[in-house]
Ligand binder design. Structure first.
Ligand SMILES: NC(=O)C1=CN([C@@H]2O[C@H](COP(=O)(O)OP(=O)(O)OC[C@H]3O[C@@H](n4cnc5c(N)ncnc54)[C@H](OP(=O)(O)O)[C@@H]3O)[C@@H](O)[C@H]2O)C=CC1
Ligand SMILES: CC(=O)N[C@@H](CCC(=O)OP(=O)(O)O)C(=O)O
Length: 346
């Protein structure tokens, strides 16, 4: 049994994680934490998130930053489901205890501090751990995740975008010096549980935001190895992301090469479901992935112009956060592939 604790467990991704850890046949949930002065301190998780009423009965323990090492006592693995700045503040003391850390924030997704000043609005003061952290895109980085003490679980939009684009990039199918264009829409849970004007019910519309300056643009570009134009949109639904991506292919790339790129990249990778065997008018959708750990990918080539449209869909709280963190933990500790293993019911 891998013993786990979760810091930030009352939030949207933290609660999903708590549920997945509790259901995991080879994991044990030892502690769930919130900030020192949290309004939710001592509450049962199932009373905050009623889907889990009577199932998640552990109480949320308040944790002072200075005492964070307590969350590592007697456990093998700590999940950080906290804001970027909080994760950067908490991770070093946890790592010093020798525990493995899966961080769901963007606090360790880059290999240098520079993007933090420009895109995150704070100065990163831990370049050593930035260098050591492994980017946890589970289908692509398993060999490195296997040995990592600190895993930076990718952002939700980057997960959808990278899983769609990497098969093309790795096979050299994207035309040199061109920039894939990613238009993506996310449900409101992507903004977290804390109330704000932006995610207030009456304010949410369908609109772009972060145009040409969203922090996921450099994250996608870094881990793809190609610049991208990324435009996120806020949708008036709870959870899920659909990314519609337009790519200019290299001269002469055929349908067979594209199909082969996706099939060979994701053979034996049950979290990714390919739509090319479905009828032409079937595309990945929010309904197809919400509340599931899957990434669905479909594509269509315009053979006259060499443009490819790729559509990728995930649940932002699962494949975009909690279930991808569990996939990384499974890889790191050699566990069964829960919740994707066919032997275990989800
Ligand atoms: N929502 C999403 O779709 C995705 C989110 N992420 C990232 O995952 C992280 C968590 O996101 P999300 O679940 O949405 O966030 P929420 O705002 O829903 O939850 C944040 C959690 O952190 C707790 N917290 C805040 N400060 C501290 C602290 N100092 N010590 C301990 N706990 C603290 C909060 O509780 P309290 O304030 O009561 O203490 C709460 O439990 C973020 O970095 C986010 O960017 C990544 C991918 C997708
Ligand atoms: C709808 C919404 O607000 N989404 C969030 C992305 C959430 C996510 O992926 O988190 P990271 O911050 O950990 O990268 C945003 O655009 O900021």
């Amino acid at each position: 049994m891998i013993k786990c604790s979760i810091i930030g467990a009352s939030g949207y991704t933290g609660a999903e994680l708590a549920n997945l850890v509790q259901q995991h046949p080879q994991m044990q949930l030892k502690g769930i934490y919130v900030s020192e002065k949290s309004a939710d301190a001592e509450a049962e998780l199932g009373t905050l998130h009623r889907r889990y009423l009577g199932q998640l009965e552990l109480e949320l323990t308040p944790l002072a930053t200075a005492d964070v090492a307590k969350a590592a006592e007697g456990v093998d693995l700590v999940f950080l489901a906290t804001d970027h700045k909080v994760s950067v503040a908490l991770a070093p003391a946890l790592l010093e205890t020798g525990v493995t850390v899966m961080d769901l924030s963007g606090g360790f997704r880059f290999d240098s501090p520079a993007p933090y000043d420009k895109f995150y609005g704070f100065t990163h003061d831990n370049p050593e751990w930035l260098e050591q952290a492994v980017y946890g895109l589970a289908e692509w980085n398993a060999a490195a995740v296997c040995h990592a003490q600190l895993v930076a679980v990718p952002g939700c939009y980057p997960t959808a975008s990278l899983l769609a684009l990497k098969p093309l990039q790795e096979k050299g199918l994207i035309k040199l010096d061109t920039t894939p264009v990613i238009n993506a829409v996310s449900g409101v849970s992507g903004a977290g549980r804390k109330a704000s004007m932006v995610n207030s019910f009456c304010e949410v519309s369908y609109n772009p935001y972060g145009v040409l300056n969203h922090r996921h643009q450099p994250e996608i570009a870094l881990h793809l190895g190609n610049p991208v134009i990324f435009t996120p949109h806020l949708g008036n639904f709870q959870r899920g992301i659909v990314a519609t991506i337009t790519v200019q292919l290299a001269e002469g790339v055929t349908q067979a090469q594209i199909d082969d790129a996706y099939q060979s990249a994701y053979a034996g990778k049950p979290a990714v479901r390919l739509y090319n065997k479905l009828a032409e008018n079937h595309w990945p959708s929010i309904n197809g992935v919400a509340n599931t750990p899957y990434c669905d990918i479909g594509w269509k080539l315009d053979s006259e112009t060499g443009h490819l449209v790729v559509v990728s869909a995930i649940d932002n709280l699962l494949k975009g956060a909690a279930s991808q963190a569990i996939q990384c933990a499974n890889i790191r500790f050699g566990l069964i592939n829960y919740p994707l293993s066919k032997k275990v019911a989800v």
